[in-house]
Ligand binder design. Structure first.
Ligand code: NAP
Length: 240
């Protein structure tokens, strides 16, 4: 009997949700490659995975680097797009509208550019998972900008599921998750924000990176899931 090993590439796999996804997917039947911009973060992530993943420094916002990365990598089966962006948060009245374009450049364009560059070598029987955010799904004051940015990914995933068939294309929308994404806030403010969201969230806590990693692993492994938005937010969407 021959055993097949699949290969998942996680763009933005050196921290938070991407790193937890690498940990979740790694195993006898799955090889994983993680990318990120910072070599230091990649090495520390790689060590935390016991050296079991491959790693490559690549900036997803630079199309030439992205193209070269996929050309070097060769054929693979699943693509998880976890590259991040933090622009667009805040009350609409004072929102710098340039941040909407900035957020697209940081998050939307890199995720789309990676998928486009990956298409020649991505297994058509495999999958793509975008990571958006619940900010695109809740009527919560202060998220008009970041919600608009993330909404683009919610929109494109089902369209691409049809256009790129039989490749499966899904998107996960995380709620508030305790990852280094929130490091822009000083610790005391971050803890206060987390406590506030935990109070609003039906399950009574904010999320862990592992919660979202499980949702991503489900979409990667379930061959009948495509064009779907999987919200992983502890119910925040219905209660914020
Ligand atoms: N945490 C939350 O509450 C939350 C909620 C909703 C949605 N999300 C989304 O979930 C995704 C993962 O975020 P996270 O919370 O896991 O954040 P994180 O811990 O900051 O991880 C972000 C990862 O993306 C990499 N990255 C960022 N820009 C990149 C680029 N241009 N090219 C390649 N890699 C890049 C980072 O490494 P380098 O910095 O070294 O490049 C890091 O590995 C993001 O799309 C984020 O918007 C997060």
């Amino acid at each position: 009997m021959t055993s097949t090993v699949e290969h998942t590439v996680i763009i933005g796999g050196s921290s938070g949700i991407g790193l937890a996804t690498a940990r979740k997917l790694l195993g006898p039947g799955m090889k994983v490659t993680i990318t990120g911009r910072s070599q230091d973060k990649l090495v520390s992530a790689w060590k935390s995975l016991g050296g079991a993943a491959d790693k490559a420094a690549s900036d997803a916002s630079k199309p030439d680097e992205v193209r070269q990365f996929f050309e070097r990598l060769g054929p693979f089966d699943h693509l998880v797009l976890a590259a991040s962006g933090g622009k667009g948060l805040g009350p609409f009245e004072t929102l710098d509208l340039a941040d909407i374009g900035g957020g697209v450049d940081e998050k939307v364009r890199p995720q789309l550019s990676c998928l486009q560059a990956a298409l020649p070598t991505l297994n058509k029987s495999g999958s793509v998972t975008f990571i958006s955010a619940v900010s695109a799904q809740v009527a919560m004051p202060g998220v008009a900008g970041i919600g608009a940015i993330n909404g683009m990914l919610l929109t494109v995933a089902p369209i691409l599921a049809v256009e790129l068939k039989p490749l499966r294309v899904n998107v996960v929308a995380p709620g508030v998750i305790d990852t280094p994404w929130w490091d822009f806030l000083p610790n005391d403010q971050r803890q206060a924000v987390f406590a506030e969201y935990a109070g609003k969230t039906p399950v009574g806590r904010i999320g862990r990176a592992e919660d979202v990693a499980s949702a991503i692993a489900f979409l990667v492994s379930n061959g009948f899931m495509t064009g779907q938005v999987l919200t992983c937010d502890g119910g925040l969407r219905f209660a914020a």
